[in-house]
Design a protein around this ligand. Structure first.
Ligand SMILES: Nc1ncnc2c1ncn2[C@@H]1O[C@H](COP(=O)(O)OP(=O)(O)OP(=O)(O)O)[C@@H](O)[C@H]1O
Length: 258
């Protein structure tokens, strides 16, 4: 679904990504991890076409990213960003309707009735009781669900998530990740998520790309990537890595003073 080859990026002649290359299969949950400043958001912005690559190529559904028009791209790819919501005056249902823009004509009309799709996504995200609230009347966690709803109504083939669980408590973190996974299983959407929380990355990602200072440290399963030596060399702190007693996946425990 996504192929990345030989990607390079510099800002003002300072290289921030070097020789990045990986493939994401259709329907995979792919995580991008790495310390602050390692280039995760820059890579995600290149995948979404927001910033240009200096060298290398990104192919999406068999077509180079640069050959998509903006509207074509919005039918294939949706992004959940930290600041992806419109100004505060809009109501929840209106915001979700805005997500349909790639399918609308210049009058904002669509051939098919999307009411049932919007109802389904509002229910999945438990937004139905909030439909008529304006954005300023929502909590941070509720706003994040609205932003996700706006991305899902685009019915994308690829969903990019930039640190989707920042500011969410542990209950909302799991709820949001579970919703994404449920949606993924029903629609076969390919998910690429920048995640700071290594334990969440382990629980939800099929494969993980680890970046460090703009270099690709490796791509592999959570078991491959979340080893204490590797984490220590990249993050500068040595955690204890244990197997989750239920999910049989690596989970890390931080050690103070290490
Ligand atoms: N517009 C810009 N101009 C110049 N340098 C930039 C710009 N955007 C990012 N950088 C630099 O590029 C590097 C990678 O930044 P990026 O935001 O991609 O990292 P990140 O891994 O997402 O970090 P974080 O986890 O802190 O969000 C950093 O050194 C950052 O200072």
């Amino acid at each position: 679904m996504i192929e990345v080859r030989g990607l390079q990026k510099s800002y003002q002649d300072v290289p921030v990504l070097r020789e990045i290359g990986f493939t994401v299969q259709r329907g995979d949950f792919f995580g991008i991890i790495g310390p602050n400043g390692s280039g995760k958001s820059t890579l995600l912005k290149m995948l979404s076409g927001v910033i240009a690559v200096d060298a290398g190529e990104i192919t999406l559904a068999g077509k180079p990213l640069g050959r998509y028009t903006r509207k074509e791209l919005a039918r294939v790819l949706a992004v959940l960003e930290q600041e992806g919501l419109p100004p505060v005056g809009f109501r929840v249902r209106e915001v979700l309707e805005m997500g349909r823009f790639p399918y609308q004509n210049w009058l904002g009309e669509e051939k098919t009735d999307v009411g049932p799709l919007i109802d389904e996504i509002m229910q999945l995200l438990r937004l139905t009781p909030l439909a008529d609230r304006t954005l300023d009347q929502l909590s941070g966690g509720e706003k994040q669900r609205v932003a996700l709803g706006k991305a899902l109504v685009q019915k994308p083939q690829v969903l990019l998530l930039d640190e989707p669980t920042t500011y969410l408590d542990i209950g909302y973190q799991i709820q949001l990740m579970d919703i994404v996974r449920t949606w993924q299983k029903t629609t076969q959407v390919t998910v690429v998520a920048v995640l700071h929380d290594l334990n969440l990355a382990s629980l939800y990602c099929d494969r993980i790309l680890m970046l460090h200072k703009g270099e690709q440290i490796g791509v592999g399963t959570p078991q491959d990537m979340l080893q204490s030596d590797r984490i220590e060399s990249v993050y500068g702190t040595r955690p204890i890595v244990m197997e989750h007693p239920v999910h049989r996946l690596p989970q890390i425990m931080l050690q103070s003073g290490s």
